[in-house]
Design a protein around this ligand. Structure first.
Ligand SMILES: CC(=O)[C@@H](O)[C@H](O)COP(=O)(O)O
Ligand SMILES: NCC(=O)COP(=O)(O)O
Length: 243
């Protein structure tokens, strides 16, 4: 069964737009947990435009997270203060994401020109206390970089697949994801997926890739504006159960 980790960056973004604490990301996290989400994800960026290190600390204090019933996945680049924060609060997973200066959002996985020594050092830093996942392209090369660094998991970037969904190129990209996932599993890695997944493209992704975990943020919060957070998370879990 694939686990759903709800990314709450966008709730933090809305909160930050007024400088107060409304909407409260912790309340949103509690609602996701109440709806049955198995995980929570935050991606604190260096510019602090949405989730912050304080949010990571607050989420880690939720009883379900502290007890391990619900996993906290911290995503981001290899900033020492971010890695230290995830380690010290006892997050369950750190997903290393290649971040390019000025980017609007993530658009690719780990590549040849990324900091491979830094990635291996991060795996050593977390030293088995946290699962380390690497945001990867659906290629053997990208997966091999993660495996060589000693990571436990890969998270496949699904943005290109999501954009092409419903077209022949979407089918081809899904097949690439599936093959890369098979390769990752053959190396003993867990397989995760994320970026621009929604209730429309999710069933096909789950059927071919069979990920251990998906992290979904933007579409859940967009759906939430119309339908509410608990009904939306419930709907995603229903879609996943039916896949
Ligand atoms: C790694 C990934 O695909 C998402 O976490 C994405 O990076 C979300 O970040 P934003 O919410 O800043 O777009
Ligand atoms: N790792 C992907 C993630 O957390 C959420 O991505 P998105 O659903 O906001 O595109």
């Amino acid at each position: 069964m694939t686990r759903l980790s709800v990314n709450l960056n966008k709730v933090c973004l809305l909160r930050n737009s007024r400088g107060g604490n409304s909407p409260d990301p912790l309340e949103a996290a509690r609602a996701c947990i109440a709806a049955g989400a198995q995980g929570l994800t935050l991606h604190p960026r260096a510019d602090a435009r949405h989730a912050t290190l304080e949010d990571v600390i607050a989420f880690a204090g939720l009883p379900e997270v502290a007890s391990g019933t619900v996993e906290l996945n911290v995503e981001g680049d290899l900033r020492p203060e971010l890695m230290r924060c995830a380690y010290e609060v006892g997050a369950h997973q750190f997903t290393v994401v290649p971040v390019m200066p000025g980017e609007v959002t993530s658009s690719r996985g780990w590549r040849a020109y990324d900091d491979h020594d830094g990635l291996a050092a991060a795996v050593r830093f977390f030293n088995g206390k946290l699962r380390v996942s690497v945001f990867c392209d659906a290629t053997e090369t990208s997966v091999a970089y993660a495996a060589r660094a000693g990571a436990d998991a890969v998270e496949f970037y699904t943005g290109a697949f999501a954009q092409a969904f419903g077209k022949p190129s979407g089918d081809a990209l899904l097949e690439e994801l599936g093959r890369a996932g098979d390769y990752a599993r053959s190396l003993g890695l867990r397989v995760h997926a994320g970026h621009d997944l929604d209730t429309v493209n999710l069933p096909a992704c789950l059927a071919r890739l069979k990920p251990d975990e998906v992290s979904i943020g933007h579409a859940i919060i967009a759906d939430t504006l119309v339908h509410g957070l608990v009904p939306t998370v419930t709907r995603y879990l229903e879609v996943m159960a039916g896949a």
